[in-house]
Design a protein around this ligand. Structure first.
Ligand SMILES: Nc1ncnc2c1ncn2[C@@H]1O[C@H](COP(=O)(O)OP(=O)(O)OP(=O)(O)O)[C@@H](O)[C@H]1O
Ligand SMILES: [Mn+2]
Length: 425
């Protein structure tokens, strides 16, 4: 189902909602300070234990085959599109009231058709620095959008934030028989997915922070699932880490990703025309020629983070569907470190196509000293909550990366050009 929404409108609606944050919490206390101070808690106690896992490496022959495929495909010259235009009306009118343009507004104004943001842009650091340090001037419980607890925060410079609080211990993973619909949202997954995207693909700006509950231990709220008194959100003992995501302007939400666990493709498994029908289905949804490879990108990203919950992906509404996917809601990733959701790779291994730039990124991170695991560990150091991922989760990243690369190797054979596609993106 394809539906449209306006974040601006949502935002407006939520301001009207009474802040019903709850019986036993004095969140008002957070509003009074000039700068947020971060309580000095030892978040190590969020872990019960870690289990050692083994290293993962491709067989030599596979490595060699992949490197040579990459070198050969890099020789093919395809003109990359330029960054694409910026749009003056990306910032909704009610988001641009003040005369001083704040960094978060500049960030949104700089979004281009083909480049969401550049990782080396100092503006990113500035927006994130402010997310970590500025006073929160408004807190609204954001009910009935999505299923679980989340808040709208406004920071002193007007930065609009979606925050998800920690619900479970970081090493509390869903058991094998639990449906993904019953998983709790994982604030650390939102944050880790952002870091993973810097190592591989694209996601949103997300940061963890601490919400002080000022002596109170729990709060409840209103949302379709797990916010009532039977499912309170509790501090450890009185501090609750949360993820912060910058609220984005209007997004198209594309309500279908070919994931067999969500239907559609599962029924067609084993069908030799599966690939054709998959491509047709995708192009019926979107006229953009890039969309098939975008979906493979999303699936690879979700496979590596172990996220079965990708039911929508966004696109900036003004750019239409000739633009990159924006992946909001990574809250149910980094779930079962002991399991790999191979179904997620279905479109990739059935149709044997992957974007060249993605393949290149995967190989690059595989070749790094310490692999993806250490790249993530280094990246996560900039966060306020440590550690955000268990050793098991970190090791699972390399194991899955190796599986993706093995699947690509299995596809290539002699058909490098048919598998590693350079569409310029
Ligand atoms: N950073 C963002 N900017 C703009 N809109 C967002 C952002 N994050 C989430 N949204 C919107 O808010 C909705 C709810 O957020 P999210 O999907 O994270 O909640 P959820 O509780 O995990 O929902 P679900 O149970 O459907 O997975 C999203 O479907 C999307 O429309
Ligand atoms: Mn979700």
């Amino acid at each position: 189902m394809k539906k449209q929404f306006t974040v601006a409108l949502l935002y407006g609606m939520c301001i009207v909602l009474v802040m019903t944050l709850i019986q036993y919490t004095d969140i008002e206390n957070l509003l009074g300070q000039d700068e947020r101070t971060h309580p000095n808690v030892d978040i190590h106690n969020l872990f019960d234990k870690t289990i050692a896992a083994r290293d993962h490496q491709l067989p030599f022959k596979v490595e060699e085959g992949l490197y040579s495929a990459l070198n050969r495909s890099l020789k093919r010259l395809v003109k990359r599109p330029d960054q694409g235009e910026v749009l003056t009306d990306l910032l909704p009118a009610n988001w641009s009231s003040s005369s001083v343009i704040q960094p978060w507004q500049r960030f949104i104004n700089n979004i281009r058709r083909h480049v969401f943001y550049s990782e080396d842009d100092p503006l990113i650091d500035e927006v994130i620095h402010r997310m970590k340090s500025l006073r929160i001037t408004e807190i609204i419980e954001k009910s009935r959008t999505g299923t679980e607890f989340k808040f709208f925060f406004t920071l002193a410079d007007g930065t609009p934030i979606i925050a998800k609080p920690m619900r479970l211990m970081i090493n509390n993973e869903p058991p094998p028989n639990m449906s993904k619909n019953d998983f709790y949202e994982r604030f650390q997954s939102e944050v880790a997915a952002y870091h993973l995207s810097s190592a591989t693909l694209v996601a949103l700006i997300v940061r963890p922070i601490h919400l002080s509950t000022d002596g109170a231990t729990c709060f409840t709220g209103h949302c379709p699932k797990k916010c009532d008194e039977e499912h309170p959100t509790c501090g450890q003992p009185d501090v609750i880490p949360a993820s912060f995501a910058l609220l984005l302007p209007k997004l198209i939400t594309n309500g279908w990703v070919p994931n067999p666990t969500h239907g559609m493709t599962a029924r067609r498994s084993g069908d030799s025309n599966v690939c054709d029908s998959l491509e047709k289905r995708i192009s019926r949804r979107s006229s953009a020629t890039r969309s098939y490879l975008d979906i493979v990108d999303i699936n690879v990203f979700d496979f590596i983070q172990g996220n079965l919950d990708r039911h929508h992906y966004g696109q900036i509404i003004q750019f239409g569907n000739n633009s990159y996917p924006v992946l909001f809601d990574n809250g149910r990733g980094f779930a079962r470190s002991y399991q790999d959701e191979f179904d997620l790779l279905y479109p990739m291994y059935k149709c044997c196509k992957i974007r060249q730039s993605t393949f290149e990124k995967l190989i690059n991170v595989y070749q790094k000293e310490g692999g993806l695991r250490e790249a993530m560990r280094r990246s996560l150091k900039s966060e306020l909550v440590h550690p955000l991922l268990t050793e098991d989760q970190l090791f699972a990243l390399d194991r899955r990366l190796v599986k993706v690369l093995e699947a690509i190797y299995g596809c290539i054979g002699t058909n490098i050009e048919g598998v590693i596609i350079n569409d310029g993106y």
